[in-house]
Ligand binder design. Structure first.
Ligand SMILES: Nc1nc2c(ncn2[C@@H]2O[C@H](COP(=O)(O)OP(=O)(O)OP(=O)(O)O)[C@@H](O)[C@H]2O)c(=O)[nH]1
Ligand SMILES: [Mg+2]
Length: 244
């Protein structure tokens, strides 16, 4: 039984998705892939379905009707992956900002004792390629801000390249995760740490997308900025682990 599933949320990734699927399946470990596509108008889902003929039992897709956001896409994927009993459950972007080869490093960290392994840009300096300086600074200082407000010891709080052991996702109340953008990534790390799980950061190099278009919006920044404060305040009244 293969133990690892890589969840890849997609919205208009027709330029990237086939190359990404082939790359993951060429790695020296039997990774499975679950695509969560939000009705991409560019036909991303159709490309995935044609690849399923070549990779049956290895490539899966869940289609949602509209663009419902990254956070809820991952929650959907986590529930699916728990049901299918994968031991190592990954988050990864479709746009090659995350190097699929690093899946092996993240998996190894979890196999060697971590409960959550974060592919981190800011463990040793700043490992970001091709982002404008303004965006690098924004992202870097976002993590400094998160550390300051929440007190969590994570250098890359908004990272979206992660490996979880299944028990982490089984323990966290996924229905209580509220945020959808960068704040979702912060909330997942915060909640995991609050539950006492072992979290490690593995240095990776992050490269800006070269194909397709960004789905970032100012709303996502706003959510993260105020969300972090809200999360901290709420946590004062919450006990971990918590009931439904
Ligand atoms: N299913 C789903 N996927 C999404 C949604 N928004 C973004 N994605 C996917 O999530 C991943 C990250 O989104 P990106 O647009 O790359 O966001 P980013 O990395 O912050 O910004 P850029 O790299 O500049 O584009 C990509 O694989 C997107 O296709 C969404 O609403 N639903
Ligand atoms: Mg991206």
């Amino acid at each position: 039984m293969p133990d690892s599933i890589v969840i890849i949320p997609t919205y208009n990734e027709k330029e990237n998705i086939e190359r990404m699927v082939r790359k993951v399946f060429s790695l020296p470990h039997d990774f499975h892939i679950l695509i969560i596509d939000d009705g991409s108008p560019d036909g991303t889902a159709a490309i995935v379905k044609s690849l399923q003929i070549e990779f049956p039992e290895r490539l899966f897709i869940e289609e949602r009707k509209g663009k419902l956001g990254l956070g809820t896409a991952y929650i959907h994927g986590f529930k699916w992956s728990i049901q299918h009993k994968y031991d190592f459950i990954f988050e990864m972007d479709a746009d090659f900002s995350h190097n699929p080869s690093d899946l092996l490093k993240l998996r190894q960290a979890c196999a060697e004792g971590a409960d959550m392994a974060i592919g981190s840009r800011y463990v040793k300096g700043v490992n970001v390629v091709n982002w404008p300086m303004s965006r690098v600074l924004m992202s870097y200082y976002a993590s400094v801000y998160v550390r300051f407000i929440t007190g969590i010891d994570v250098h890359d709080a908004t990272a979206g390249f992660v490996c979880y052991k299944r028990r982490v996702l089984e323990t966290i109340r996924l229905n209580k995760i509220k945020f959808v953008g960068y704040a979702f990534q912060i909330e997942m790390k915060y909640t995991t740490i609050k539950h006492g799980f072992k979290v490690v950061e593995i240095p990776i190099i992050f490269t800006d997308r070269t194909e397709g278009t960004s789905k970032m919006s100012t709303g996502i920044f706003r959510e993260a900025f105020f969300g972090v404060i809200q999360m901290k305040i709420n946590s004062i009244f919450r006990k971990y682990p918590e009931g439904d």
